[in-house]
Design a protein. Structure first.
Length: 118
């Protein structure tokens, strides 16, 4: 089964940018729909966005639209989350996840912390 490791989290100022990466090993990365989720303290996990297997379709949750961009490089077994115009409310642990197309996200990374200061 696929294993996922996120990186790129850290501290950013409001209005700034961060780029998260999620590297996959084992399994067939290009056969999975990939997604990003976030979870802030005391809140439920929230869908940030996802990208289809061939990267021809990306879709976003409401809070990410217009600010975040998801991309993937199947040759590098990596999916990215470019986060622009960051807000303090974006502070959360960000997780990447993999799903067989049309199925639930079954495989999860350990998460990477993003903290946005005002």
């Amino acid at each position: 089964q696929v294993q996922l490791v996120e990186s790129g989290g850290g501290l950013a100022q409001a209005g700034g940018s961060l780029r998260l990466s999620c590297a996959a090993s084992r399994g067939s990365f290009s056969s999975y729909t990939m997604g990003w989720f976030c979870q802030a303290p005391g809140k439920q996990r929230e869908f940030v966005g996802g990208i289809s297997t061939s990267a021809d379709n990306a879709f976003y949750g409401d809070s990410a639209k217009g600010r975040f961009t998801i991309s993937r490089d199947n040759a590098k077994n990596t999916v990215y989350l470019q986060m622009n115009s960051l807000r303090p409310e974006d502070t959360a642990i960000y997780y990447c996840a993999a799903a067989v197309p049309s199925k639930v996200y079954d495989y999860w990374g350990q998460g990477t912390q993003v903290t946005v200061s005002s």
